[in-house]
Design a protein around this ligand. Structure first.
Ligand code: MN
Length: 258
């Protein structure tokens, strides 16, 4: 099995290396990651400047590839050139910090897994609900190896990836594993407006802690209660329940005249 590992926290992130060590026994692992922090870069790709790739020595002495591109670029680089013989599985993570609810389309981690689906591979993203330190990576690495093995025997449906979140807890404090739906989490917008030494206004986009709706069966609630969440995510973002409503507005009979 050819496994491509990437992330959005950068080639030197601890979670990326932990993932490499966990998946190595399962196949041929290639690490291609951004050369810097790229969190919250979403599904962006690089079209207006050259993509550079450099071989980088990883902590175990193996080589990985660092690029000035985005997480999604890493998947393209792997599939189109670097990985020989095709990519079977794309794994993105282990991200420092959760990717829950409405985080998904901001997330470079989840969107790298989406790109994996786009190129026809099986794919999952894995994140730990912990920004503070790296204690949570052990459990997430262990669970990632298990899921990778599951995906050898079971094929995800077309256009679907798995978004996995692991509580930022030692393994013995994790209370279970739940297959969930995507919940609702958003951040109350907060904008710091400041003045630079030249007298010009600048902004910092931030926010307070996330606002979660703790609905049963969601990723948000599972993590809040100390369970691992495994959410199948479909790339078809159509709001099916809204199709008839929008049709009922009669907009299809408008005559476009210029
Ligand atoms: Mn990140």
């Amino acid at each position: 099995m050819n496994i491509l590992i990437t992330n959005d926290d950068g080639i030197h992130a601890g979670g990326l290396f932990m993932l490499k060590k966990a998946l190595e026994p399962l196949g041929r692992v290639t690490v291609i990651a951004p050369d810097r922090q790229r969190s919250a870069s979403g599904h962006s790709i690089t079209l207006h400047k050259p993509l550079r790739v450099e071989r980088v020595k990883l902590p175990d002495g193996d080589f990985g590839y660092a690029t000035n591109g985005t997480p999604s670029d890493c998947v393209s680089l792997g599939v189109l050139d670097i990985v020989e013989g095709g990519v079977d599985l794309v794994v993105a993570g282990i991200n420092k910090g959760p990717n829950l609810g409405w985080d998904l389309t901001y997330s470079g981690t989840v969107c790298a897994a989406m790109e994996g689906v786009v190129v026809g591979a099986q794919a999952f993203a894995v994140s730990v609900n912990n920004f503070e330190n790296e204690i949570g990576f052990d459990a997430a690495a262990d669970f990632s190896a298990f899921i990778a093995e599951v995906l050898v025997r079971n094929k995800l449906p077309e256009s679907v990836l798995l978004n996995i979140n692991v509580p930022g807890l030692p393994a013995e404090e994790i209370t279970g594993i739940e297959v969930t739906r995507q919940g609702k989490r958003h951040y109350a917008g907060k904008l710091e407006k400041r003045t630079d030494p030249m007298g010009r206004t600048y902004y910092w986009l931030g926010g307070d802690g996330p606002l979660d709706r703790l609905e049963d069966g969601t990723d948000v609630k599972a993590i809040a209660e100390g369970r691992v969440s495994v959410t199948p995510i479909h790339l078809d973002l159509t709001g099916y329940s809204a199709l008839d409503i929008v049709k009922s507005w009669g907009i299809e009979s408008f005559k476009i005249s210029r």
